[in-house]
Design a protein. Structure first.
Length: 342
């Protein structure tokens, strides 16, 4: 799936000798060379495949979070032709510099901004990239150390669906972003400089969908195999939507189930007290519970396919025990050797 690049630019934000954040702005866009195209294609693929992304929108004062409208206003001016791409990206760099100056943890980085088209949507990709040191062998077989952009490990990035933003002002999910791992402040400063407020709790919506599916199969006159087929069908549909970057549409999912002979899921899901949105992004990590049971605690980790419950895996809630019939060969070998040794 290729992308069509409209504009791209990189600015640097770094600390000066006094520890103050400073911007070094590039005066013109990057040329659409092979290197730029390769980099943006790689970033597009890496970002699209990232699991557990959050979704939001441009907030206003009064919404949750420290929303401001300077970034959104500058983007509006760029899209209307009142502001050039270089000027818009420079304004964005200054906003990020101001946000970074509030914290002690940041060392800055390279702010990459790119407008491109993928499929039928226009996007603005925004990422703060870091440099990584590496070693290379020169032609004379001497070693040389250099720095390169760490494209495979992006942690601070967001993508704005410009088409959705301009077509549906009520949408609360046209901005997607990578959730930070290193703590709330590290994750949120990047959203704050854009004025992004989280609008859709993706994990909660996916877990609510699973709850609705389990209630649906439990209340239907289906056999055990048919129930598992229903779960598998839901998982396959949602996984395909996640892989293609599309959202889960409850009506569309219900139609898929109806084609397999499982009618009325849409009425069931909408008629219950599930508070399920008509459409929302897929979260594959949450959806795995449709196919697998897994858990960790007290030094024990257990995972098995849902279809084995009641057959190879027998759970007794009264005695709080699980009986496994047919121990996996590699585990059986380890257990046998341990017993012989003792």
């Amino acid at each position: 799936m290729g992308i069509s690049i409209e504009q791209a630019i990189i600015h640097e934000i770094s600390q000066d000798g006094q520890g103050q954040m400073r911007c070094r702005l590039r005066p013109q866009p990057l040329l659409n060379t092979g290197a730029v195209e390769t980099m943006l294609e790689e970033l597009h693929q890496t970002y699209s495949s990232k699991a557990g992304k959050g979704f939001g929108f441009f907030g206003t004062h009064g919404d949750d979070g420290e929303a401001n409208d300077e970034f959104a206003n500058a983007l509006t001016s760029y899209r209307s032709g009142d502001l050039g791409f270089v000027e818009f990206s420079g304004k964005a760099s200054q906003l990020l510099q101001q946000e970074l100056a509030k914290y002690d943890f940041s060392q800055g980085g390279f702010l990459l901004m790119s407008c491109y088209t993928s499929m039928t949507s226009d996007y603005l990709f925004v990422a703060l990239l870091s440099a990584k040191s590496s070693m290379t062998v020169l032609d004379d077989m001497e070693l040389s150390q250099n720095n390169h952009l760490d494209l495979s490990n992006i942690q601070l990035a967001a993508r704005i669906d410009l088409t959705e933003w301009q077509a549906d002002k009520t949408s609360r999910k046209y901005i997607s972003f990578i959730r930070g791992r290193a703590g709330r402040k590290v994750a949120d400063f990047f959203l704050d400089f854009m004025g992004c407020v989280e609008g859709v709790n993706t994990k909660a919506q996916n877990k609510t969908l699973i709850h609705a599916v389990e209630d649906f199969v439990s209340s239907s006159e289906l056999t055990k195999d048919e129930r598992q087929q229903c779960r598998n069908k839901v998982f396959e549909y949602c996984s395909e939507r996640a892989d293609s970057g599309d959202v889960i549409e409850v009506k569309d999912l219900a139609d898929e189930l109806a084609d397999s002979g499982m009618d009325s899921f849409y009425d069931f899901a909408c008629g219950g007290n599930y508070e399920l949105d008509e459409e929302f992004p897929a979260d594959k990590a949450s959806l795995r519970s449709l196919k697998k049971f897994s858990g960790t605690g007290g030094g024990v980790t257990l995972s098995f396919d849902g279809g084995h419950l009641g057959e190879r895996v027998i759970y007794d809630p009264v005695s709080d025990t699980i009986l496994i019939k047919g121990v996996p060969a590699n585990l059986k070998d380890q257990l046998d050797r341990r017993l012989k040794g003792e």
